[in-house]
Design a binder for this molecule. Structure first.
Ligand code: ZN
Length: 314
């Protein structure tokens, strides 16, 4: 049994930039690359296994053909999606539906609860997180009258911050932010406001106000988030969230740290530094920007080096 290393898929976005190349050395398609779909089985951009007996297989096919690697799950689709986002410019203000709404209105898609680990951001960076309307009527009125400064809540951010963004939360990443996102495997976004920006052809991007208003949680609820820190031998493990959709941790490895997992498959993204993983006498490089999954039954392994890894599971 080997770890499953994954080849990411890149997405050009009008708000994207070049940080994915500068920070991670990825071969990006252009200087407006916004998203690295790092661990993805979503039909809009599945990642491909790079090594071992399943090399060349997409993650969605592996999930179907070898369910034993994932503990014979009941879910039809791989439930998680890990991305790195380069918000070189402001993203549109948006909101995502929950599972029940998406199932009915988006052809059986999952809802989208997501969370963000801020890898880096410019000084004094902020983002949009929630709104100030007390009732649905007030929300509709402020959207219709374009009172965006009154309506939208701005929150200061800094590198190392973590935000849990449940479905129904109005949000937007703003200019100068590099984020590791762990989310439900969904590509459904309702755009609320796009700063009246026009594309190269002079067109405004489509808004989805009716659906956005339907799914927005009113009043806004701030997700409580108090990370728990545990010291292990040569590793500090920070637990950011343990929710019904996913659990997300950061492992700070400094030296040779031992781990063992049997019952659950786990997703890994190396976001800083570098190291190596040793398992059954085989050694694998863990460079910055490496993404992999360890399957169920993987057992004991060692990570040696100086690196920060975002780890998640369902
Ligand atoms: Zn979002």
């Amino acid at each position: 049994m080997q770890p499953l290393f994954l080849k990411p898929v890149f997405k050009e976005r009008i708000w994207g930039g070049t940080a994915l190349k500068k920070e991670f050395g990825y071969d990006i398609p252009s200087d407006i690359t916004g998203e690295c779909w790092a661990i993805s089985a979503h039909p809009n951009g599945p990642s491909v296994i790079e090594n071992g007996p399943y090399a060349g297989t997409t993650l969605d096919n592996l999930w179907r053909e070898h369910p034993e690697l994932f503990g014979n799950p009941k879910e039809e689709v791989f439930p998680l999606l890990t991305k790195i986002l380069d918000a070189n410019m402001d993203l549109s203000v948006q909101v995502h539906p929950d599972d029940a709404y998406a199932k009915v209105n988006e052809n059986g898609e999952l809802g989208k609860t997501e969370c963000w680990y801020i890898i880096d951001c410019k000084e004094d960076a902020d983002m949009i997180f929630g709104h100030n309307a007390k009732t649905k009527e007030e929300l509709i009125e402020q959207i219709q009258e374009g009172k965006w400064n009154d309506l939208l809540r701005r929150v200061k951010i800094k590198p190392g911050d973590f935000f849990y963004v449940p479905s129904g939360t109005i949000h937007a990443l703003c200019e100068g932010t590099l984020v590791l996102e762990t989310q439900q495997s969904s590509d459904t976004t309702y755009r609320v406001y796009d700063y009246d920006r026009r594309d190269a052809e002079g067109n405004l991007r489509e808004l989805h106000l009716e659906k956005a208003i339907e799914v927005t949680t009113v009043p806004h609820q701030d997700a409580k988030n108090s990370p728990k820190v545990m010291e292990h031998d040569h590793a500090t493990v920070t637990t950011y969230v343990e929710s019904e959709f996913f659990s997300v941790y950061k492992w700070d490895v400094h030296g040779k740290a031992s781990f063992a997992f049997e019952e659950q498959y786990l997703l890994f993204s190396v976001i800083k530094g570098q190291g190596s993983l040793t398992h059954n006498g085989e050694k694998y490089d863990l460079g910055k920007g490496t993404h992999f999954i360890i399957p169920v039954g993987f057992g004991e392994f060692e990570i040696d080096g100086d690196c920060e890894i975002i780890v998640s599971h369902t």
